[in-house]
Design a protein around this ligand. Structure first.
Ligand SMILES: Nc1nc2c(c(=O)[nH]1)N[C@H]1C(S)=C(S)[C@@H](COP(=O)(O)OP(=O)(O)OC[C@H]3O[C@@H](n4cnc5c(=O)[nH]c(N)nc54)[C@H](O)[C@@H]3O)O[C@H]1N2
Ligand SMILES: Nc1nc2c(c(=O)[nH]1)N[C@H]1C(S)=C(S)[C@@H](COP(=O)(O)OP(=O)(O)OC[C@H]3O[C@@H](n4cnc5c(=O)[nH]c(N)nc54)[C@H](O)[C@@H]3O)O[C@H]1N2
Ligand SMILES: [Mo]
Length: 755
């Protein structure tokens, strides 16, 4: 048993808390900007939405593996021993009959902070020992960016790591273009467990230093403050950037020396922008009707990027759309024409304000983590292609210039994620999800994913176990203390998998003979080797304290600065060794939705599409201010934001008036893919024609595949790859209509356990 610390602390993805005298979780004093998401954290332990016992779907228990009735049948409680035996036997059956690639163990999702009780690491470690599984690659956050960047700059630096520091931007830039804004709500979160929210201070320091902060977004409140707001139509940023490039060219301000020395393909791009290639000059007059921005505003912005040293920031949201590769490629192209790339504090970067920690000092070391072993099976899918995979076993699909085939999945095993939150077109997922023979889910909660499983194993929350937490974007290694007993029979993922491993003869390999506490000590003992930090306190002292700080950060350097200084020595990992404004490789793939240079491509759904005749509103499904994804939706902060129990939908008053709608109304949001209810909030901050419904309201269909009573935008979003290159999710390309809901209100049942 670990000694009881004088002050008990819990670390989450959205902040650190201490238990006060009443056992309530209150933000720690070290945090300059605590998040309200953590309110009621300790009370969530006893929420009625918790899974309390191992449960098996009745149809599966009675008839054996097979999908019919998934999401409809009642659940039957079983003992832990029986649950372990059922899971072990099913893993064994599937691997023997169909091979390990028939097990989908992607388990994508955020789970909880904590280095040891990290659900994905635990499940991957277990499945690797069991012979392997089909895994997932990329993520829902920035997959299109992650795929395209290596073709252009030779790596994904500037996306989730390697950013130009805020301190350099503040010192050298005079203007920051914020494509997609920098909404403070998203910087409540930092993966792995955060303690000191830092974004606000960096942003404020830029303003104090007199930088001109320009917000380019359909939402006027997408930044803590701004000096100008360009309210463009969603997913038209490439057209705006092209027009800026056009003006830079027309003014003779292209940095030819930079293009010659550091890039390849500049001539092709210039010909496209000027119209020499296709007869269409990408001028402000051309971009105005596409973006919805007045031509004069575009010209003024173009002048400002020529007059002021400018940093171009693009949020991750821009690439979560059809052709989401293009805004990133075009931002780099624009910075290249201006010749700012690699200059201190200038150039471009992605994800500032998408999450806390971007642009802050980066650790020059990595933290200890649980070893996952290696996967003997070489089978994977791009993560957002899950429904396609389940619907079409063996089906062909393009990815990164190859033709691949989907594996034939018989068993889906999920721990630490919520696909019925995160995936697009949930009604399609409901159908696809019936296909596998068995679905096993570890969950603390009766989420929609748990409800659509055959075997549900109750997992603990971070408040119910001891752990160590550390984010890759903070220099802090933090104890996270148990403050509550697990409810019912809930167990840690480690304990669950240890029990299952025992039935498969894998226990000794899985545990390496360590208890959970012994693993924490083992992780701690790994610190010196990884961080180079020698004289650390004893584990006991660490455990009684408030965490360690290891200040060894990477040198302060702007993105691609070394490449700029010595391009011969720091050749990029691209075929030319330079920035590829035109990529022969991508052009060679001959993809209709991702050509060889950055280009404006009309998506199927945007405000200029013919589809607006029926669905005239562009839906932005942004990250929620009141929770992390679907987590804490049952908590007080999210619940107080609901309108008659429904998730708030924001709309411009003019759009509401045209539909006879008023603030506080419950409305139906719909398109051909699905429909949900939401509670109406009116705001002038939205560009007319745009509505905003945050992700994360627990999916609550009134009948299987029917109306969602609660307001989950993913019943409306499109399940299509950003392009055939990346197969990334493209949730932001989505048209809808909104109408009054006059029928009786269906009850919210998502937070009640199923029968
Ligand atoms: N339309 C639309 N959809 C989106 C997005 C969007 O912008 N628009 N954003 C996308 C993005 S960027 C992301 S990253 C995804 C996020 O999608 P997810 O990461 O899947 O979302 P979460 O709600 O965090 O799911 C984590 C689940 O793990 C469970 N959990 C927590 N701790 C533990 C644990 O210790 N053990 C176990 N077994 N389970 C645990 C939680 O209860 C929760 O159900 O959503 C994506 N979906
Ligand atoms: N509170 C909270 N914070 C979070 C999360 C959470 O669940 N809750 N999730 C975290 C995760 S996993 C991720 S990946 C990040 C995601 O970070 P982002 O992807 O940056 O976040 P979003 O909220 O989807 O989008 C940010 C803003 O982009 C704008 N936008 C959308 N489409 C367009 C467009 O086409 N053009 C322009 N110019 N603007 C557009 C929207 O107005 C939106 O408010 O957020 C993280 N932060
Ligand atoms: Mo994400």
């Amino acid at each position: 048993m670990l000694p009881a610390p004088p002050e008990r602390r819990i670390v989450t993805h959205w902040g650190s808390y201490r238990a006060d005298e009443q056992g309530r979780a209150v933000p720690v004093a070290e945090d300059p900007a605590p998040s309200a998401i953590g309110r009621g954290l300790e009370a969530m332990s006893r929420s009625p939405a918790r899974v309390l016992r191992p449960m098996v779907r009745r149809g599966w228990l009675e008839n054996g593996p097979g999908g019919g009735g998934r999401g409809r049948d009642a659940f039957v409680p079983v003992s832990w021993d029986e649950a372990e035996r059922l899971v072990a036997a099913e893993v064994d059956r599937v691997r023997r009959l169909h091979g390990n690639a028939a097990i989908y163990g992607g388990s994508y999702g955020w789970a909880s902070a904590g280095r040891f009780h990290h659900a994905q690491s635990q499940i991957h470690r277990f499945l690797n020992l069991a012979g392997g599984y089909t895994r997932s690659v990329q993520n829902y956050s920035y997959a299109a960016g992650d795929v395209i960047l290596p073709y252009i700059t030779g790596s994904a630096a500037g996306l989730s790591f390697g950013h130009t520091p805020w301190s350099e931007i503040r010192a050298h830039a005079r203007q920051v273009l914020m494509f997609g804004g920098m909404p403070a709500r998203n910087t409540q979160v930092n993966g792995g467990g955060t303690q000191r929210h830092g974004f606000g201070a960096d942003f404020d320091a830029c303003r104090a230093a007199g930088l001109r902060m320009v917000l380019i977004s359909p939402l006027g409140d997408d930044a803590p403050a701004c000096d100008a707001w360009l309210a463009l139509r969603p997913t038209t940023d490439v057209a705006l950037m092209l027009a800026l490039a056009h003006e830079v060219i027309a003014a003779g301000r292209v940095d030819r020396a930079f293009l010659d020395r550091y890039t390849t393909g500049g001539e092709t791009v210039l010909a496209y922008v000027t119209g020499a290639a296709d007869g269409m000059a990408k001028s402000p007059a051309w971009a105005a009707p596409i973006t919805g921005l007045p031509e004069g505003e575009i010209r003024a912005l173009a002048q400002s990027v020529m007059d002021l040293p400018t940093f171009i920031a693009v949020s991750w949201s821009l690439q979560r759309a059809r052709h989401g590769e293009q805004p990133y490629w075009m931002a780099i192209t624009l910075a290249a024409l201006l010749g700012t790339i690699g200059k201190p504090g200038l150039g471009f970067g992605f994800g500032y304000g998408s999450i806390d920690g971007i642009g802050q000092a980066e650790n020059a070391y990595s933290w200890p983590k649980l070893g996952q072993g290696s996967n003997p099976v070489d089978s994977f899918i791009p993560v957002a292609r899950i429904a396609d995979m389940l619907l079409a076993p063996g089906g062909a699909y393009p990815y990164r210039g190859e033709t691949r085939h989907y594996p034939d999945i018989r068993l889906v095993y999920w721990a630490g994620g919520n696909p019925f939150h995160h995936h697009q077109d949930l009604n399609r997922l409901v159908r696809a999800w019936q296909r596998p023979e068995t679905v096993i889910v570890h969950e603390p909660w009766w989420t929609a994913t748990a409800r659509h499983a055959d075997i549900v194993l109750p997992a603990t929350l971070p408040t119910e176990r001891d752990d160590i937490a550390a984010s890759g974007r903070e220099p802090l290694f933090l104890p996270s203390h148990k403050i509550a007993e697990p409810p019912g029979e809930a167990r840690d993922d480690y304990a669950i998998l240890t029990g299952i491993a025992r039935h498969l003869g894998l226990e000794a390999d899985f545990t390496e003979g360590r208890s959970a506490e012994a693993w924490l000590r083992h992780l701690y003992a790994g610190l010196p080797a990884l961080t180079g930090q020698g004289d650390l306190p004893d584990f006991e002292d660490f455990w009684q304290g408030t965490g360690l700080r290891i200040d060894r950060s990477r040198p302060v350097r702007s993105l691609l600065q070394r490449f700029r200084e010595t391009p011969e020595r720091h050749r990029l990992h691209t075929p030319s060794g330079r920035i590829e404004l035109y990529s022969q490789t991508i052009a060679g793939f001959a993809l209709p939705d991702c050509p060889g240079h950055a280009a404006w491509l009309e998506p199927e759904e945007w405000l200029g599409a013919p589809a607006t005749a029926r669905y005239p509103l562009h839906l932005l499904s942004t990250q929620p201010a009141t929770r992390l994804h679907s987590q804490m939706d049952a908590g007080p902060t999210a619940q107080e934001s609901k309108i008659r129990g429904r998730e708030p939908l924001r709309m411009n008053p003019a759009d509401a008036a045209a539909r006879g709608l008023a603030a506080g109304d419950v409305v139906r949001v719909f398109n051909d893919r699905g429909a949900c209810l939401a509670g109406l909030v009116l705001s002038e901050a939205l560009l007319p024609g745009v509505v905003q419904l945050a992700t994360g309201a627990w999916y609550d269909p009134v009948e299987p595949g029917g109306l969602d009573a609660h307001g989950n935008p993913n019943v409306l979003t499109r399940d299509q790859g950003a392009s055939m290159l990346s197969q990334a999710p493209s949730a932001q390309s989505c048209l809808v209509e909104v109408a009054a809901w006059t029928d009786p209100l269906p009850p919210i049942r998502a937070f009640q356990p199923p029968t």
